[in-house]
Design a protein around this ligand. Sequence first.
Ligand SMILES: [Zn+2]
Length: 250
Amino acid sequence: MNWRLIVAALLLAMPAAAQPISVLTYHRFDPAQANASTIVTTPVFAAQMDWLQTHHVQVLRLRDVVDIVDHKAPPVTEPAVAITADDGWRTVYTQMFPIIRKLNLPVTLFINPPTIGHGGAYLTWAQIDEMRASGLVDIEAHTQSHPNFNDQRAQLTPAAYTAFMDREIAGSRADLLAHGDSGAWLAWPYGINNPALHDAASRAGFRAAFALGSRPVLADSPLFALPRYQVYNTDTAPRFAAIVAGQPRH
Ligand SMILES: [Zn+2]
C-alpha cells in the first residue's frame, strides 16, 4: 500500500486543531476622540468590525464560548472571537449598537444594574430593552457598584467582606433576572478575581465569570476567570490582527 495514501488518510481522520478564542472587551465610544484608555472611537471600532468580516472571523455569542470551555460544545476550528462591552455606557447604544446591528454581530454587555436609568453617561433601561429586542445583545452582570474587591477586603472584617461580596455579586444577578436576563455570566470589575470571589459567584448561581488578562480563552481556561482582551483605540490593523490570533500582548 502506498504510504502517502496512509498518511493522507490519517491526516483526514485527525480532528482539526482547536482554535483559541479571543474575547474582546470595550467600554466607551466617542465619534472622534479617544482621550481615555477606555474609549475607542466609532471609526476605529467600525474598522475593527470590518476587519473581522473581511478576514472571515466568526463572531460567537458569549454563551457559545462558555459552552466550549464547559465541554458542552465542540471547540471551534476556524478563527473566532466574541465581543463584550463593560459598564453600561450610553455610547454603547449611540455609537456601537448601530454598527453591530448593520453587520449583524452579537455582543454581550456587562452592566452594573443600579447605574442604569439615571441618565447622564449611562444607558437607560429603554435603550437596553431596544438592544436586547434586536436579538443581538445579551445583558449580563458586572456587580452592583463596580467595587475594587481588593480594597474592600483590606478594609472590612472577614464576615463583613463575605456579606459584601454576596451583596454585590448575587444582587446584580437578582436585578438582571428581574429584567428577564439570563443571570448566567459575570464580569469581574477591573478584572480582579480570586478563589473566594469565584466561590461567591458560583454560590450566587453564575455559570462562569470573565476577567481581563490579554490572552485568549483556551479549552482548559478556568470557568470563573475566563480571560479577555481590553481593546484600545490604538489597536488598528496589525495590533488588532494579533489580538484576534490570540497572541499575548507585549
Ligand atoms: Zn467595569
